[in-house]
Design a protein. Structure first.
Length: 150
């Protein structure tokens, strides 16, 4: 179980960052924190546990959805680093890769932001994108499948 003090610290980190959401896991529990669109910063008060619970509710704490597995007959492109997944170079741009798109080795599939550095993730082989397994703006873990490709 993630304790209140740790949860408060993660809420502060989320509010101070440009991230829209983050997931926390301690092995048995997974908590997802999301910033409400256009909402003011969460105000935390250390004196009352009720204020912490209200702040956590205000930050939209929800259970993380189960990841979608790629079909067994295809290969996956996995995250080489931990960071935030971006499907396009900017919010107004079209995604680098969509389901059904043919890609060549070296084509950029997405960006992973880690420590304020934007890392382009490239196709490791020619093929067709069969699945996009990560959501735009979400934190991805090392070796997490990002795309299905055949």
């Amino acid at each position: 179980m993630i304790d209140i003090a740790t949860l408060k610290e993660y809420i502060k980190v989320l509010e101070a960052s440009s991230l829209a959401s983050m997931e926390l896991s301690d092995g048995s529990d997974t908590i997802r924190l999301e910033k409400p669109a256009g909402a003011a910063a969460v105000q935390l008060q250390t004196a009352a546990p009720v204020a912490v619970a209200a702040a956590a509710a205000e930050a939209a704490v929800v259970e993380a959805p189960a990841p979608q597995p790629a079909p067994a007959a295809e290969k996956t492109v996995n995250a080489p680093i931990v960071g935030v997944f971006y499907a396009a170079p900017s919010p107004e741009s079209e995604p680098y890769a969509v389901v059904g798109q043919r890609v060549k080795k070296g084509d950029v599939l997405c960006i992973i932001e880690a420590m304020k550095c934007m890392n382009e993730i490239q196709a490791e082989e020619d093929g067709e994108i069969t699945a996009v397994l990560a959501n735009n703006g979400e934190l991805v873990e090392y070796d997490q499948p990002l795309f299905g490709i055949k």
